[in-house]
Design a protein around this ligand. Structure first.
Ligand SMILES: [Zn+2]
Length: 245
């Protein structure tokens, strides 16, 4: 059930039965020469929409931009500052709360978004609002990471991972017609975080972080996405049982 395809009358009817909404969130940022700029929101959106479909839950429009300051050394990356992002996420949550949604679930595809989203959650709670705010970063789910280890062993890395590239390959095969596929070296260097855009580019010259995106395959993407959906569905079943204070 996509919010963007519903009328306000349908949302009113939904709210009589349910109080949960899913908000997919990602980023528009470089994913090495092997991956596409939309990777993080495309993966989060597809997982969120599939979960919404299986559970009859409203899925809000995807937030396509995130906190990607460290990737600004690469063309095409667009970033929100953390302050903007906190305010932006807060305004979206507050809008849903005002309409009577009580369980607000972010399905996230980008690590850099975690801190601003959590900060927004804390601020809303400090303002005394009632409701359950949950952030699920699909790529951090232990069950998903286990499958990734089975398939890619120690080559999944942390950014432009073969896992996320596999999902986008599965979802948007046409986008990969002219992408490279040759193997490169995986550098495992000790670095400190956070990094400036220049430090990041020095540490990770082609944008990969210890990953081997050339291993990406559509069939792996299907498998990994299916596991993420399965795990999130069972988490949301628990969340639906939780009493809202
Ligand atoms: Zn990513």
């Amino acid at each position: 059930m996509l919010l963007e395809n519903m009328s306000y009358v349908e949302v009113e009817a939904y709210l009589v039965e349910k109080d949960i909404v899913i908000i997919p969130i990602g980023s528009c940022e470089q994913h090495s020469p092997y991956g596409i700029l939309g990777t993080d929101f495309i993966t989060a959106e597809a997982i969120a929409r599939e979960v919404g479909k299986r559970m009859d839950i409203v899925v809000a429009p995807t937030i396509n931009y995130g906190m990607s300051q460290h990737h600004m050394g690469f063309k095409g990356t667009v970033t929100l500052s953390p302050e903007t992002m906190v305010m932006f996420v807060k305004d979206i949550i507050n809008s849903f709360l005002e309409h009577g949604f009580k369980r607000i679930i972010f399905i996230n595809g980008h690590g850099g978004n975690i801190e601003p989203i959590k900060t927004a959650f804390h601020q809303i709670k400090f303002e005394g609002k009632s409701g359950l705010l949950e952030l699920i970063s699909w790529f951090l789910l232990p069950e998903v990471q286990e499958i990734e280890r089975d398939i890619f062993e120690d080559k999944n890395g942390y950014h432009a991972t073969p896992s996320e590239v596999s999902i986008t390959k599965f979802l948007r095969p046409d986008a990969f017609r002219n992408k490279p596929s040759e193997k490169k070296k995986i550098n495992r260097s000790q670095v400190y975080f956070p990094l400036s855009r220049d430090e990041f580019r020095q540490a990770y010259p082609d944008g990969r972080m210890e990953s081997a995106p050339w291993l990406a395959k559509e069939k792996y993407g299907k498998l990994i996405m299916e596991e993420a959906v399965r795990v999130i569905v069972s988490r949301l079943r628990e969340i639906l049982k939780t009493k809202i204070l």
